[in-house]
Design a protein around this ligand. Sequence first.
Ligand code: FAD
Length: 295
Amino acid sequence: DHPSLCHSDMPVPVLSFEVVPPRTDAMEQRLWQCIRRLAPLSPRFVSVTYGAGGTMQARTQATALRLKQETMLVPAAHLTCIGATREEIDDIARTYWQAGVRHLVALRGDAPAGTAYTPHSGGYAYASDLVAGLRRIADFEISVAAYPETHPTALSAQADLDNLKRKLDAGATRAITQYFFEASTCLRFLDCCLAAGITAPIVPGIMPVSNYDQIARFSALCGVTVPAWVTHLFERTAKNPELCRIAACIVAAEQVRTLQSHGINEFHFSTLNRPDLTCAIAHLLGARPASEIDS
Ligand code: FAD
């Protein structure tokens, strides 16, 4: 049976959201408006991405700490190995633990565009090293990245799967996947994970298409396939944002429904700090604000 949005007897999915730390006052206002819109959907956690360079890292910390202090949400702070010694990263982790931020997303990060990654001397080389380091500091909940279409610089799909297993064996509690467009790509990857003996939860990452041209460029950089049907669907939507939003909602909701029909019920949404698409998709999937359910 084809999964259907209408007449669906699927359970309400468990959702978590990714936000981006703001770079300006105006972006800060937009972020907190976004968080106020998303909070009533009772996400399992809200993750805050980590940029390269000092100021962006401080903004990640400020956002995660403010989420902890001012909301009932569970913040998950992204942390990368880039440009810092082990001691510096350990200090950031300790600050988080002391402030009550107990969920980290441990990543390697990327070198600046056009350059190959080389580990910082005295730093953590790979995400698996970072996970092991964080585990020595405190009993964090740790999420790591997984790649349904294989990380672009991995030697092979098997080597990438071995790496994911290393990260989980080092103490990560779950993996969040890179986004994808074909649900079947994700399902095949989950089968490979099971065959490799990976039992930790692997949460599919969902990227609603808020701007097709941007997503197409970004996908090429991170090795995500944009199928012809996606290109066709979003063709000529650049000047018609309403049409783009409608298509984006249908694509994402259908992805989730297809995965749900295979027993997956937890999803991590990239919001890019724009709540409208995520709220609309959540609504289609039956996830409604808690206050609306109460009333
Ligand atoms: P790793 O797991 O360390 O793997 C990186 C590559 O190295 C892989 O090809 C792996 O197979 C290989 N490898 C691992 N160990 C070894 C070894 N011992 N020897 C040789 N090769 C090895 N980036 C950011 O900068 N900030 C973010 O906030 C951010 N959030 C993300 C969230 C998600 C859900 C995802 C999927 C990605 C995110 N990224 C982020 C991007 C991520 O940093 C890049 O994809 C990066 O290139 C790899 O990070 P990783 O943690 O997967 O690295």
